[in-house]
Design a binder for this molecule. Structure first.
Ligand code: ATP
Ligand code: MG
Length: 272
């Protein structure tokens, strides 16, 4: 993985300069996470233009590695449609790092649960599957796909976000032996002792659980997705049944999912 020296970072001494040097001003806290905070900022120049800033502690080597890795992977994915953009240069101020992004008005998929039609959800997941395929072609696996990490614009266009757990699969290697995705979103193969598994099929499983969660409005930690497909229209439940197959070799790939989803909605082929 490239090191911090290869990413241009602006160093400032006062927190207000993080905003000042980018001609934006602080507005509010959007999200307080365990490690990071997401801030809302507004442009000083264009009224109503909003930005989101991910504020991360840089207190230990581990923190600094995480910040660097997230930036490197976002940069590597910059040319992929449907991946959150890095804006301006990242900033470091004392023991805190700042990543600047566009603000996605409809926030994350979980906050939109119950508010979109099935067709709109299919549009979201077809687009996300195409973006995920492009990440995988670059050997990037996300490792934390869940509804909170997929963001929506005002017109419901989806963007994969939060590369905090993402990683690059080394050339010549096609398996990993650790998997950090959250409970409920982990393919069952990841919890078999001493196992080796394909990170791309595990990302596909996490994406399928995300789709199941927003379509069923159930929590994957409390419910087994395959046991709760009855309240989902049969044509979408059939897609999920194949994407949630416990054995990774029998589980549908993203390619197969896209082929079948486009059979249902041929007009979505414009997203390919
Ligand atoms: N660019 C953005 N536009 C709008 N909302 C955002 C943006 N980035 C993040 N958010 C909101 O903040 C939440 C957390 O962001 P993110 O996933 O990047 O941080 P995190 O470090 O994973 O947080 P946590 O510790 O809670 O997992 C998202 O689920 C989303 O609701
Ligand atoms: Mg997150």
């Amino acid at each position: 993985m490239s090191s911090m020296e290869q990413i241009r970072v602006i160093q400032v001494h006062k927190e207000e300069d993080v905003f000042h040097c980018n001609r934006i001003h602080y507005s509010s806290v959007l999200h307080q996470g365990q490690r990071s905070k997401i801030l809302l900022a507004r442009s000083n120049i264009i009224p109503d233009k909003k930005f989101a800033i991910k504020q991360m502690p840089l207190l230990s080597d581990e923190d600094r590695d995480r910040f660097t890795r997230e930036l490197c992977l976002m940069k590597l994915a910059l040319d992929i449609r449907g991946v959150v953009n890095l804006l301006f240069y990242p900033v470091i101020c004392g023991p805190t790092g700042y990543i600047l992004m566009p603000f996605y008005e409809k926030r994350d998929l979980l906050s939109q649960r119950g508010k979109l039609t099935y067709y709109r959800w299919m549009k979201v997941f077809v687009r996300t599957a195409v973006s995920l395929q492009s990440l995988h072609k670059k050997r990037i696996y996300h490792q934390d796909l869940r509804p909170q990490n997929i963001l929506l614009t005002d017109s419901h266009v989806a963007f994969i976000s939060d590369f905090g757990a993402a990683s690059l699969l080394p050339e010549g290697c096609d398996q990993v032996d650790t998997w950090t995705a959250a409970p409920g979103f982990r393919g069952p193969e990841a919890d078999q002792e001493g196992g080796l598994f394909c990170p791309f099929q595990l990302d596909t499983y996490s994406l399928a659980v995300s789709m199941w969660q927003v379509l069923s409005s159930l929590c994957p930690v409390k419910n087994k997705p395959l046991d709760h497909l009855d309240n989902i229209p049969p044509q979408y439940a059939a897609l999920l049944r194949n994407l949630l197959v416990p054995e990774p070799d029998r589980r549908w790939t993203l390619d197969k999912f896209l082929t079948e989803a486009l059979e249902l909605h041929p007009d979505l082929s414009c997203l390919l």
